[in-house]
Design a protein around this ligand. Structure first.
Ligand SMILES: [Zn+2]
Length: 289
């Protein structure tokens, strides 16, 4: 209880928002395991950046991963959010694909922190935002690792991060180059899909039966389909989406489909920032509103 209070207090300090909902713990999927719950938690922040993605993960080994950095105007907010958590280093930066709602704030973030490793897909874009990002990475003397299916980002005893897509080298839709990551901590599994569409998601051969799904492409109906959700069978789903966006994301059909699998559906346009933490067995969800 004390721990819950402390983490709640921390969240209030971090978000500057006293209006929080604290949801009770729920057990993760039942799996045969010998994992002993750890005091080192994995904390997954689905930061509310309007229409776009910015997912920060505090790993139980003390490292930090950032997947995407929203549109350009959100760069400062993302930097402040990470600094308020007490970090000056980001160990893993993942730029899922070169669209402005994912890489817009990335150059600013890379300038603001010590960066250890950057993963990007082998996709080409001629946008100014993308060229500016590459220039920032070059200026900082950093190199880029190619993110594609089969790449092990991290492989420790109870903590594992692997890239499960893209599986092909050539797509007509830039969204399909999205780096898709599976994170395993003890008995708990997360899947981050970027904006990968059906074409790429169908190519995934890894086991993607997970507890927490970061829903693809802001909940559009071109990403989440029944055959994908049959493989994932999520207990929790998070949609990163902006209020009143011009794309009409998320699609009503996506929400209805997700509801067939779970009632734990969170949306950054309605819930604000969503924080899902786990000790490797249980899962706890906090929302800004
Ligand atoms: Zn997007």
């Amino acid at each position: 209880m004390k721990k819950i209070f402390l983490s709640l207090l921390l969240l209030i300090l971090v978000s500057g928002c006293a209006n929080l909902n604290l949801e009770p713990s729920n057990a993760s999927k039942e799996r045969k395991s010998t994992f002993i719950p750890s005091s080192d938690e994995l904390v997954a922040h689905f930061i509310d950046v309007g229409q776009g993605d910015a997912n920060l993960i505090e790993l139980p080994n003390g490292e930090v991963m950032l997947i995407d950095a929203g549109i350009a105007s959100m760069g400062d907010d993302i930097i402040e959010y990470i600094e308020n958590l007490g970090y000056d280093t980001i160990d893993y930066v993942v730029s899922t694909h070169p669209h402005a709602d994912h890489i817009g704030g990335m150059a600013e973030v890379i300038e603001a922190f010590n960066i250890e490793t950057i993963y990007m897909p082998k996709a080409v874009s001629t946008s100014k935002t993308y060229e500016n990002l590459l220039e920032t990475i070059r200026d900082k003397g950093l190199s880029i690792k190619t993110g594609k299916a089969g790449v092990e980002v991290l492989d420790e005893d109870d903590l594992d991060i692997v890239i499960v897509a893209p599986n092909s080298d050539d797509y007509s839709n830039l969204n399909n180059y999205s780096i898709v990551l599976k994170i395993t901590y003890g008995d708990v599994f997360f899947l981050y899909t970027g904006d990968a569409e059906e074409e790429s998601l169908e190519e995934i051969t890894s086991d993607i039966d997970v507890d927490v799904l970061k829903v693809g492409h802001h909940g559009s109906d071109t990403s989440t389909n029944k055959s994908f959700l049959d493989k994932v069978s999520p207990n929790y789903a998070v949609i990163s989406v902006g209020k009143g966006n011009s794309y009409n994301h998320p699609a009503l059909s996506t929400i209805e489909l997700l509801q067939e699998y779970t009632s734990n559906i969170y949306r950054t346009d309605l819930n604000g920032t969503v924080i899902i933490s786990s000790d490797g067995i249980d899962i706890e969800v906090k929302t800004e509103r």
